[in-house]
Ligand binder design. Sequence first.
Ligand SMILES: O=C1C[C@@](O)(C(=O)O)C[C@@H](O)[C@@H]1O
Length: 153
Amino acid sequence: MDSDMHKILVLNGPNLNLLGTRQPEVYGNETLAMLEKRCIDHGTALRLSVECEQTNHEGALLDALHGARGVYAGIILNAGAYTHTSVALMDAIYSIELPTVEVHLSNIHAREEFRHRSYISRAAIGQICGFGTQGYLMALDALKTHLTKDDAG
Ligand SMILES: O=C1C[C@@](O)(C(=O)O)C[C@@H](O)[C@@H]1O
């Protein structure tokens, strides 16, 4: 990695390890490994160094966010169902002060009412949903633009 490359953490939450087999009509056929590889490759094309993590545990998501401080320049977060329930994750994003883009494979606003509320959105710089795995690449584009603006002062 070039020393001037920003590091980005792509963090996936509960049940996203099952991508490819989990409700493919909603979440598509791509596996998590395929998605992570696409993120890394797209990051390289944008001169971003991308690392990926997935966990099914809310506390582990909190630990990953806390640990990102001073290591990563930005975060792409799909918190899965914790999106709709976790004040703790929202507080963590506020606390670490790293630009965070919220991503969902599905269009959460077109689904059940309980998925319309996102605690993550309050603390994120923006939300991308409904574009399947392409949304993660769009989030990388958005972070690249955001960080380039910061670099320019
Ligand atoms: O686990 C998930 C996946 C999801 O975050 C998405 O990527 O579309 C949407 C959430 O409502 C759901 O609980």
